[in-house]
Design a protein around this ligand. Structure first.
Ligand SMILES: Cc1ncc(COP(=O)(O)O)c(C=O)c1O
Length: 440
């Protein structure tokens, strides 16, 4: 063998089998908004600090960061109402209570979700009912239709991994069957479908600004709705259960709005961070979307590699490339081989994973759901007499066949918002190299 043939063979041999890796430099951290934190965030946060006014409702020199964020959010995405809150998890809990959901009710949830989605249902005293996902990795409209029963009060459409699925179909079914639709847009800030922003299809939408999200303030969230009646309840619930007067003081006099609040206000510091980040959101999501679709298009011809269906790629925000392989063993081998080729982030990042490694995003990986755990001694809400209808519901693996299949043979690549053309070329080269051997 000539020297150059030997070198060529070495470069072609998979790194996992002793060959040369495609790259050795880690890919950038996934965390889309974090890369963009800079002078603008510093300036707005500093204004709040200098004004000594970090509380949104009153203070010596209020800077109205949260107010401005909410106004700009409504203007950017076409919502009638938006309210800054402390987290996406709190936003979900507020949404359940705003819709008056409690014991005796069930809420439809997909099998690919995040633990917060079921936590909100259970904390409200209601019962989650699992619905299968389709090739978009989101609620399957046909299964929503099948699963609606006499106790169903709402469906929670979770726009997972950056892009909405068949949300218009789910919204139409919910309207037709008289149940509410909550959109969990925690992972899709800035996303849309056919020109309509996520969060405008249902009754209430929620967002998260936690570190992994398209824009971030470390922690934070947003609740949106087009309905005045719901917004009034949402405002009271996110605070101390009551509305506030024009001076920002609690108003207990209105008998039509005396609730139990969850203490999830957004501070002015968080509002300042969010405001600076939302102004950068089009650029952040634009970068991820372009990188993701360049990579996906370059891999489209590979036999044995499937992709999540995205009904409207122009509304995708792009932070994840979801892939499917022929079976679980292949998915495992594919991911291990890619990591060995250097398709990995810095230590601690989750850049390249088999779906089996993707924790509490899959219903059967949530121990408190599978084991029907309670935060109280009496087993509430599972033991509540009004919830007897849910006693036969199982949340263990096997409950949702299509979801279980995607869980077993799926893989994901995170798409950082700062990928260079070289990073993209390396990802494409590594997937093509691995596919030649692993998917042969
Ligand atoms: C789909 C989904 N819903 C809800 C949440 C909860 O958001 P947070 O972490 O802000 O409470 C997250 C993120 O963690 C999420 O990914």
């Amino acid at each position: 063998m000539t020297v150059s043939a030997a070198t060529h063979e070495h470069a072609n041999r998979l790194a996992i089998e002793g060959g040369e890796p495609v790259r050795t430099k880690p890919l950038p951290w996934e965390l889309p908004g974090a890369h963009w934190i800079g002078e603008e965030e510093l300036e707005l946060v500093s204004r709040v600090v200098r004004a000594q006014s970090p509380f949104r409702f009153y203070g010596p020199d209020l800077q109205h960061m949260v107010d401005t964020l909410e106004k700009e959010w409504c203007a950017a995405f076409g919502h009638k109402h938006a309210l800054g809150v402390s987290s996406g998890t709190a936003a979900l809990t507020i949404a359940m209570s705003a819709l008056d959901i409690g014991p005796g009710d069930e809420v439809l949830v997909p099998g690919y979700l995040w633990v917060s989605c079921v936590a909100a249902v259970v904390r409200a005293g209601a019962i989650p009912k699992l619905v299968d996902v389709d090739d978009c990795f989101t609620l399957d409209p046909a299964d929503v239709e099948r699963k609606i029963g006499p106790n169903t009060r709402a469906a929670l459409m979770v726009h997972m991994s950056g892009a909405p699925g068949r949300v218009a179909d789910v919204a139409r079914i919910c309207r037709g069957r008289g149940i509410a639709l909550i959109e969990d847009c925690a992972q899709t800030a800035g996303a849309s479908q056919n020109g309509k922003a996520v969060g405008t299809f249902g009754d209430i939408g929620i967002f998260s600004f936690q570190l992994n999200k398209n824009m971030t303030s470390g922690d934070g969230g947003m609740v949106v709705t087009e309905r005045d009646d719901l917004f009034r309840r949402i405002v009271a619930l996110h605070d101390l259960g009551y509305p506030r007067n024009e001076k920002g003081r609690l108003d207990t006099s209105d008998e039509t709005c005396q609730l139990w609040g969850v203490g999830a206000r957004m501070s002015e510091l968080t509002g300042a961070m969010c405001l600076a980040q939302m102004r950068k959101l089009p650029q952040i999501t634009g970068n991820m979307r372009s990188s993701k679709w360049r990579i996906r298009d370059a891999l489209a011809d590979l036999p044995g590699l499937g992709f999540r269906t995205v009904p409207d790629p122009s509304g995708d925000t792009g932070p994840f490339l979801l892939m499917t392989l022929k079976d679980e063993a292949t998915a495992r081998r594919f991911v291990d081989a890619l990591r060995a080729e250097g398709i990995a982030g810095p230590s601690g990042s989750l850049a390249c994973l088999a779906m089996r490694e993707w924790g509490m995003h899959w219903y059967s990986n949530i121990p408190s759901l599978v084991n029907k755990r309670s935060d109280s001694r009496n087993g509430f809400p599972w033991t509540h007499p009004s919830n007897a209808f849910g006693q036969s519901y199982s949340y263990a693996a096997g409950a949702l066949p299509h979801c279980d299949d995607l869980h077993a043979r799926g893989a994901l690549l995170t798409i950082a918002s700062t990928l260079t053309p070289e990073d993209e070329a390396d990802i494409i080269a590594a997937v093509r190299k691995v596919a030649r051997v692993v998917l042969a």
